[in-house]
Design a protein around this ligand. Structure first.
Ligand code: PLP
Length: 421
């Protein structure tokens, strides 16, 4: 459920008409609903009620300062995957002890920054990283709390580019070598082993892969404890999928996911962390774009929008599907017509949908891409020197621009011409 609904034939974000935002900020733009973000965060928080837990928002899915502050004020922690994300989380007021550092290639500079400024734990993904963290922590006279990310070798049954827990993926340490690697961790100075981490992929639409992975984590917990390690925290990753089409069968709910967690690892007495990204932010955001032209091709018609693959990359990058709906609601029963929906960027990859059935649309009309809140704005670029599009946050009947559109001058001034030219 989200808060982008038609009212009297017009699309609203909460109590704000989308057309009113478009009139003020121009198109294209991203628009987020505070109520939806909070609702989704609380679904997870409630699903783990009764267990000691922290929901760490995977901020790589949506990292605007306003979104981070909204969620952090509600009690969320953050899962960060770079020094930049760590800095963003701290700048939004998230305390270090609510920030988890994930990622397969943390640099020593990133480790130093997080250790100095405060960190809940590092999820370590390899032995070389473990040695590096040990050295950095020791040189600072500090101790780094760590989990080791385990690759449980389960098939997440999702898109290959976002599957992360199968043998051959670059992530984590094979579960078969876990005991050896934990023994190494225990022997290195500056590290304190506190738990186990697992994250098997993104946009999972079934619970079974989670179940298999968490059962393996439970077995490993007992084994490591028997080996003498202190395992008090389990980071179970993110990855629960969202419905991208309303006709699709809905993915499992956070309540079912929470019950699964309690069933598989609840008996271990560990503190539970989860790192959902997409399920919190995905359906909490839309991208609004304007039709520039209707163009008739030889065998098809094109709807040319002012939004493009640089603004919303998922269709070009993953072949992802987004519902695209008119901001002025179509009359019921009206004839639909197929369109290839494209942006102005100079490559054919700039196609959002092929043969998509759409109600009558005209140049100047606004359309909204649903489910664009996760991996939307964060993956955008200025390819074709198209300025990063603004982000807008709605709360009840108010809205604010939370990232402004740069001017052409802003963009040009970032380049420097060397003195010899
Ligand atoms: C991407 C990622 C997540 C979030 O995945 P979602 O599918 O957005 O929930 C969580 N943890 C780690 C380590 C990740 O890389």
């Amino acid at each position: 459920m989200d808060h982008f609904l038609y009212r009297d034939g017009e699309l609203y974000a909460e109590d704000v008409p989308i057309a009113a935002i478009a009139a003020q900020v121009g198109t294209p733009f991203y628009c987020y609903s505070s109520a939806t973000l909070l609702r989704h965060y609380r679904l997870f928080d409630d699903a783990l009620e009764g267990t000691d837990h922290l929901v760490c928002f995977a901020m790589k899915s949506a990292s605007n300062q306003a979104i981070l502050k909204l969620l952090a004020d509600a009690g969320a922690g953050m899962d960060v995957v770079s020094g930049g994300e760590y800095a963003r989380a701290r700048a939004a007021g998230v305390p270090g002890d609510r920030i988890v550092f994930s990622g397969v290639g943390k640099t020593r500079d990133e480790m130093r920054m997080a250790l100095t400024d405060g960190i809940r734990q590092f999820n370590v993904e390899s032995e070389p990283e473990m040695h590096a963290l040990s050295e950095v922590a020791t040189s600072l006279g500090l101790t780094a709390p760590i989990t080791v990310r385990i690759n449980p070798d389960v098939d997440a049954k999702t898109h290959e580019k976002i599957s992360t827990g199968k043998k051959g993926d670059k992530f984590g340490i094979p579960i078969s070598r876990a005991r050896e690697v934990y023994a190494l961790a225990a022997s290195l100075p500056g590290l304190q082993v506190i738990g186990i981490d697992v994250h098997i992929g993104s946009q999972l639409t079934e619970l079974e892969p989670f179940e298999l992975a968490y059962q393996k984590v439970a077995e490993l917990t007992e084994q490591l404890r028997a080996d003498g390690h202190t395992i008090t925290r389990l980071d179970l990753g993110g990855g629960l999928g969202i419905p991208y089409t309303r006709s699709n069968q809905a993915p499992p709910l956070p309540t079912e996911y929470g019950a699964l967690i309690k069933r598989t690892v609840g008996h271990l007495g560990c503190e539970i962390e989860i790192e959902p990204g997409r399920l919190i932010s995905g359906n909490a955001g839309i991208m609004v774009s304007k039709v520039i032209y209707l163009k008739s091709g030889e065998d098809r018609d094109f709807l040319i929008l002012d939004g493009a693959m640089n603004d919303l990359t998922r269709p070009a990058m993953y072949g992802a599907y987004h519902d695209i709906i008119p901001v002025i609601e179509a009359e019921p029963g009206v004839d639909q017509q197929p369109f290839d929906i494209v942006g102005p960027v100079c490559e054919s990859g700039d196609t959002f949908a092929k043969g998509r059935m759409m109600p009558p649309v005209a140049a100047g009309d606004l359309v909204a891409f649903r489910s664009a809140g996760a991996y939307g704005a964060v993956m955008s670029s200025e390819y074709n020197t198209r300025p990063l599009i603004p982000e807008v946050l709605v709360q009840d009947d108010q809205f604010a621009v939370i990232r402004a559109r740069p001017t052409f001058d802003d963009i040009i001034k970032r380049d420097t011409i060397p003195p010899w030219l």
